[in-house]
Design a protein around this ligand. Structure first.
Ligand code: 6R9
Length: 658
């Protein structure tokens, strides 16, 4: 009989998965680490003094009067302070004599390359700033950026920051409609784009999509177009301007004004599950302080010697914080790659690591699971010995994916940092520290210094060790969102109304016996099975821990007996063959043995692909629609919408074997 959670017990979220593997920091890394064990206590003793000290990492034209003004839920950090984000990311390093340092080793998908030093980047940013001014962009105006992964994308963002315009980057893979709604909401005046970019060996078109989006949007005065592929584009005289025509003839001198610490830096839209995307607003001083500190602390960055690579798109917050603002504010050398991991071959990422001697690599679990599927023999062909720290972001990393990453990419030597954060938090919030934490496969471990996080139950009580519930943030933090663009009520309602006085990120979490934190996926995805709240993450991790499974997604579908039942979709590893009834039974038994009989899936479907967003997150709500035979919801942010047809076609012949 189906029971409600209350009748069953008082658990908010079940804690099923046990993990005993531990990886202490390598001795040499720990000895030279940027953050040492004692630093955490110092930060906890005086949080605001800690953040004030971190703000001194930056160049301020005018110091702040107060560290924090907190009128819940509205925060002002470093009030009265003035600084320029672009100067902090570029000019300051050139002025300090490091102009010849490489800012980006850029690698195009077809194999073309560019090396851009800090001195060159400064000239490019100044020229682009002058060009934007000539196009009539003023401080506070919004500028849309719809670009491939090329250096001009970074230049465009920094040029906006320099003149105080607010950039709004839209993923180059998003549809005309998605771009259009974001243009409307932000009231952008200029769109910066390219003729196209390279993905999967082909030149995709971007300018054509912009043409469609701006046709009925006269508020967009100019479209600034970088020539990347050389393909033919339609041209609207007066409105469209080639980047090389207007930017290249500008002076490389531009004297930057300092902006208020709370001056808007960018808007980044998150789609979530509802129709209207939320424009997450970030401002300057607090954001830059926390991305700079976290990039230095979490990756143990040594700017003089490290080669850092975030293998993510700039259109995702991860690209904003850890391709652009974090690495550049720290004067780091980064790799930037335009294309996909399997073009022209499945070893492309590892070839790049070998070529540039990458020391720190940061990517999403979805990429890692794809590499698992392709097989360990592929990275084994490359010299990956330069790597010393690996990072993961975007979804919970399954313990097995963590082990594969650490072993096959990290040579069983590198710490793996599983970094939990959101567009809204702006910067990493919960993560292991490579010189401090004894890593546990699958755990995000502890809040970073200066961050106050808790795991609470339905009644807002902290759960004891061993308990599951919701992750919340108890105190304001410097890189926090300052609101939803144009909608303060929605900001309060979405993040601050579930629990009085606490920020609610919408993720489930548990605290293990040692007090370390594990993220368990979005609360909206939690399944209610016979009165138990079961997280999608734990069941997916149990499936991925089977040697034949590369990726898994699970959802709860209505069931007459148990309330909801677990329906799972799995992608097999390259060597596992086709599946069949025997395998389905084997997987069900395996999940039962790992997590207990309650977590056994009712159905297991072998599929070739899963529906994912461009940042690699599995869109479980679409799988739920399929599992419940509903019409499918919004697919506009899906990478490849044909995936859903393939999956739906699989469903009717899938038999639960209860
Ligand atoms: C940075 C980013 C935010 C959501 C977040 C959570 C999930 C991100 C995670 C993670 C478990 C991690 N998420 N990192 N879950 N462990 N290390 O991804 O921002 O695109 O806004 O997504 O992603 O569910 O709430 P964003």
């Amino acid at each position: 009989m189906a029971e409600t959670p209350r009748e069953q017990g008082h658990e908010t979220l079940s804690n099923l998965l046990q993990e005993t593997r531990r990886f202490p920091p390598p001795a040499d890394l720990a000895a030279a680490a940027n953050v040492k064990p004692g630093d955490l206590e110092a930060a906890a003793d005086d949080r605001l003094a800690f953040w004030e000290e971190q703000a001194r990492r930056l160049h301020w034209d005018r110091p702040w009067d107060s560290v924090l003004n907190w009128n819940p839920p509205f925060a002002e950090w470093f009030g009265g302070g003035r600084l320029n984000a672009a100067v902090n990311c570029v000019d300051r390093h050139v002025d300090a004599g490091r102009g010849d340092r490489v800012a980006f080793h850029w690698e195009g998908e077809p194999g073309d390359t560019r090396t851009i030093t800090y001195a060159q980047l400064k000239d490019m940013v100044c020229q682009a700033s002058n060009a934007l001014l000539e196009l009539g962009v003023a401080k506070g105006d919004r500028v849309a950026v719809y670009m491939p992964m090329i250096p001009e994308t970074v230049v465009a963002m920094l040029a906006c920051a320099r003149i105080g315009a607010v950039h709004m980057v839209v993923f180059g893979g998003f549809s005309v409609e998605a771009l259009g709604t974001r243009l409307d909401d932000s009231e952008a005046k200029v769109v910066i784009t390219a003729d196209g970019g390279y993905r999967r060996g082909k030149a995709s078109g971007l300018k054509a999509a912009v043409d469609d989006a701006v046709r009925d949007r006269p508020a967009v005065e100019h479209v600034l177009v970088v020539r990347r592929t050389g393909q033919d584009v339609e041209w609207t005289e007066g409105r469209d301007v080639w980047w090389h025509d207007i930017v290249d003839r500008q002076s490389t001198d531009h004297s930057a004004e300092a902006h208020d610490a709370e001056h808007p830096l960018y808007i980044m839209y998150t789609s979530g599950t509802t129709a209207k995307p939320k424009g997450i607003l970030h401002t300057t001083g607090g954001y830059l302080t926390q991305v700079s500190y976290t990039h230095w602390a979490v990756f143990d960055l040594k700017a003089d010697t490290d080669v850092f690579w975030t293998a993510a798109d700039i259109g995702w917050v991860t690209g904003h914080s850890y391709i652009v603002y974090g690495p550049l504010s720290n004067g780091a050398t980064s790799v930037m790659y335009e294309g996909t991991p399997d073009t022209p071959h499945q070893g492309r990422f590892w070839e790049i690591v070998e070529k540039y001697k990458v020391t720190i690599a940061y990517m999403a679990p979805t990429a890692i699971r794809t590499f698992m599927k392709w097989g360990a023999d592929i990275p084994a062909r490359f010299d990956l010995s330069s790597l010393r720290v690996l990072g993961s972001v975007g979804e919970p990393i399954n313990p097995e994916a963590y082990m594969w990453y650490r072993t096959n990419i990290g040579g069983d030597r590198t710490p793996v940092v599983d970094t939990w954060w959101q567009t809204e938090t702006g910067a990493i919030m919960v993560s292991p520290l490579p010189g401090v934490s004894s890593g546990k496969p699958g755990a995000a471990m502890r809040p970073l210094p200066g961050v106050v996080v808790d795991v609470i139950d339905d009644e807002a009580r902290s759960v004891p060790n061993g308990g599951g519930g919701y992750i919340v943030i108890r105190e304001p933090w410097p890189a926090m969102l300052r609101g939803i663009w144009g909608d303060p009520e929605r900001y309060k309602k979405t993040y601050w109304s579930r629990f009085e006085g606490l920020y609610f990120p919408g993720d489930g979490a548990k605290r293990d016996e040692d007090g370390d934190i594990w993220l368990l996926g979005r609360v909206d995805d939690v399944m209610l099975i016979s009165g138990h709240n079961i997280s999608t993450t734990e069941v997916e991790s149990a499936l991925v821990s089977h040697p034949k499974v590369a990726e898994a997604a699970v959802v709860g579908a209505t069931d007459p007996v148990t309330g909801q039942a677990i329906v799972s979709f799995v992608i097999l590893r390259g060597e596992a063959g086709e599946g069949g009834d025997g395998l389905v039974q084997e997987l069900r038994t395996h999940v039962g043995e790992s997590l207990g009989p309650i977590a056994k899936p009712r159905q297991i479907l072998v599929v070739p692909e899963l529906p994912k967003t461009r940042s690699g997150k599995i869109m479980r709500r679409l799988l739920r629609d399929v599992a419940e035979n509903r019409t499918m919801g919004d697919v506009s942010t899906l990478t490849d919408s044909s995936v859903m047809d393939v999956i739906a076609a699989k469903l009717p012949d899938a038999k639960g074997d209860e």
